[in-house]
Design a protein around this ligand. Structure first.
Ligand code: HEC
Length: 105
């Protein structure tokens, strides 16, 4: 294979599968530092990005509370609020419209 093609395909592969923790960057904004300090202790920060597509502010709030109450994350109440606001703003979706009816067809 010509060298340039090989290089191009390697680049494609590596940008599609970002597994390196150093490569996980969260968006800048108020609360970013608190998230980095408090949320990367137990698991990858990728959890934030993976869940972002369906997290409303209420669900992020519940998620942060779960990390604290169920999993024992040592996060102070003030920081929890800052973190929740950051997550809802940067990685959230608006509060949901009523769910479409699934039953029946
Ligand atoms: C004390 C350890 C700990 C800390 C600190 C922590 N988590 Fe978690 N988190 C867990 C565990 C345990 C799970 C569930 C098991 C797994 O999937 O790894 C989890 C799972 C998650 C998930 C996946 C969905 C779910 O509920 O399983 C998200 C999103 C998440 N954490 C976000 C956060 C955020 C945001 C913070 C910072 C506020 C945070 N975590 C801090 C322990 C922690």
């Amino acid at each position: 294979m010509p060298r340039i093609l090989l290089l191009a395909s390697l680049l494609l592969v590596s940008s599609a599968a970002v597994a390196d923790e150093d490569a996980i960057k969260l968006k800048a904004g108020p609360g970013h530092d608190q998230v980095l300090q408090n949320c990367a202790v137990c698991h990858s920060l990728d959890y934030v990005r993976m869940n972002a597509t369906f997290m409303t502010p209420q669900v992020w709030d519940a998620e942060v509370q779960k990390m604290i109450k169920a999993y024992g994350a040592p996060i102070e109440a003030g920081d929890a609020k800052i973190i929740t606001d950051y997550l809802a703003t940067q990685y959230g979706v608006p509060a949901p419209a009523p769910a479409p009816a699934k039953a029946g067809n």
